[in-house]
Design a protein around this ligand. Structure first.
Ligand code: S3P
Length: 173
């Protein structure tokens, strides 16, 4: 069996679903944004403000690669991890990639009032629509696409586990 990697736009539930999935499987959880904060000893808004997005992306790529050692973990990623083709290749080679989805309205509802996302500064609604358009199709490479809008976490985890049964990569030694 192999790493399970959760991707998806901001506010699609990666952290919440990742925690529940890791608990259900009794696998360790690795949260990439958390690793970045620990490694850098500062918040994500601080990193963006001081060193810019390009620097953040290079730390993200480095820690993603470190996280993708062969093994059984649930890895949750930041929404922008799909921006670099090398990250996409590393994730496909390093485990089973699961994309979480939500409607734009649900995403806006979930991210509103959270100051920890530098890319959503300003008019959140406008920023979400703009970034969704810029990233259209970028999460589609994942073999598992899971809708989260209006669904309880336990039901989402049930669907992921049921669908993993069909994934040859998941059973790869
Ligand atoms: C980002 C998403 C964030 C975080 C950073 C950049 C993005 O993670 O990595 O603010 O580019 O979409 P979440 O998806 O967990 O909010």
């Amino acid at each position: 069996m192999n790493n399970l990697i959760l991707i998806g736009f901001m506010g699609t539930g990666k952290s919440t679903v990742g925690e529940a999935l890791a608990r259900r499987l009794n696998w360790p959880l690795l949260d990439l944004d958390q690793l970045i904060r620990e490694r850098e000893q500062r918040s994500i808004p601080d990193i963006f403000a001081t060193d810019g997005e390009a620097y953040f992306r290079s730390v993200e790529t480095k820690l993603l690669q470190e996280s993708l050692q062969p093994g059984r973990r649930v890895i949750t990623t930041g929404g922008g991890v799909v921006l670099r083709p090398e990250n996409v290749a590393a994730m496909l080679a390093g485990g089973v990639v699961i994309a979480l989805k939500a409607t734009p309205e649900e995403i806006i509802r979930r991210v509103s009032g959270d100051a920890q996302r530098p890319l959503l500064r300003g008019n959140v609604e406008q920023r979400v629509h703009q970034l969704l358009a810029e990233r259209a199709g970028m999460y589609d490479f994942a073999p598992l696409q899971i809708e989260t809008t209006g669904r309880p976490v336990a039901e989402i985890v049930d669907e992921i586990i049921a669908r993993l049964v069909d994934q040859a990569d998941f059973w790869r030694k």
